[in-house]
Design a protein around this ligand. Structure first.
Ligand code: AKG
Length: 275
């Protein structure tokens, strides 16, 4: 008996990206796209992600006892490994295709996903560049930042220093009070985009783009899901820090410097031949 093919959901349908949008991403190192998802898709996956965050939050120490990094957000990594519903979200072809087209790659792999939820009263996320942490021998890396509710200015929307992916100084700084201070000086000539997010809006930022987020001054938690992608043909770089050693073990187990960054935890999420 044959079964009708299920209709593709918004998670997998292509989002039309103009050549201007791609050029804007390449120039600024980030882009914010409206209506990538609709409210009902966000509400569906929000439920599954929030359940994991609430479980995790019960064990977190009080905000007052945490470091600057710890006050910035609750961080839950590779949630796709813990829930079939969240796996559907992380494997979204719509998001992965956007990542590939923005970076100009033939295919992208998952580096890892993570929920980054800024609690009510949570602190700022200091200026930093994500690729500081990643032992990948490519600049073709990108994070999709997907708010699970609207993020007004007072809740800590992600903010980007336009063009800062080309600045080399400050890249060596991990997320800290020092990175907030030093990178803040480094990017002083870059226009900063710190606009609110609507429901369904998604930003993409390159691995070397400096970004931050303000504190959450509301009485509600800011729930955000992120998916990080790398060029599907990228290789592993020689680890140069303990962060790199840990990332290699956690997100690319079994991979070795010089080899493809393609462990079983790094499936291809979009390939040009699928278009
Ligand atoms: O959500 C935040 O506050 C920071 C997010 C971030 O740094 C990232 O997604 O790379």
């Amino acid at each position: 008996m044959s079964h009708p093919r299920p209709a593709p959901t918004l998670l997998d349908l292509p989002y039309t990206l103009s050549t201007e949008a791609i050029a804007q991403f390449q120039t600024a190192g980030f882009i914010k796209l409206k209506e990538v998802f609709d409210a009902s898709t966000i509400a569906h996956y929000r439920q599954a992600i929030v359940a994991k965050v609430e479980e995790f939050a019960r064990q977190a120490p009080p905000l007052s006892e945490r470091t600057t990094y710890g006050k910035a957000f609750l961080q839950l990594e590779n949630l796709w490994r813990t829930s079939a519903v969240i796996e559907e979200f992380t494997r979204s072809r719509r998001l992965a295709r956007l990542a590939a087209e923005l970076m100009g790659c033939d295919r992208v792999r998952l580096y890892h996903d993570q929920a980054l939820c800024k609690e009510a009263g949570g602190g700022l996320t200091p200026w930093h560049a994500d690729q500081h942490y990643w032992p990948l021998a490519t600049d073709r890396t990108v994070t999709a930042w997907v708010p699970l509710q609207a993020v007004p200015a007072e809740m800590g929307p992600l903010a980007f220093a336009a063009g800062s992916q080309r600045i080399l100084s400050g890249r060596h700084l991990a997320i800290s009070d020092e990175s907030e201070r030093e990178i803040g000086l480094t990017i002083k000539d870059c226009p900063v985009n710190e606009t609110p997010f609507d429901v369904g809006e998604v930003s993409f930022h390159a691995g070397w783009t400096f970004h931050r987020a303000g504190a959450n001054r509301t009485d509600r938690i800011r729930h955000v899901m992120t998916v990080i992608y790398h060029d599907g043909d990228a290789t592993v770089a020689e680890p140069r820090s303990s962060f790199h050693v840990n990332d290699l073990a956690n997100w690319m187990p079994g991979c070795v410097p010089g080899g493809l960054a393609a462990s079983p935890l790094n499936p291809v999420l979009w390939d040009r031949s699928w278009a």
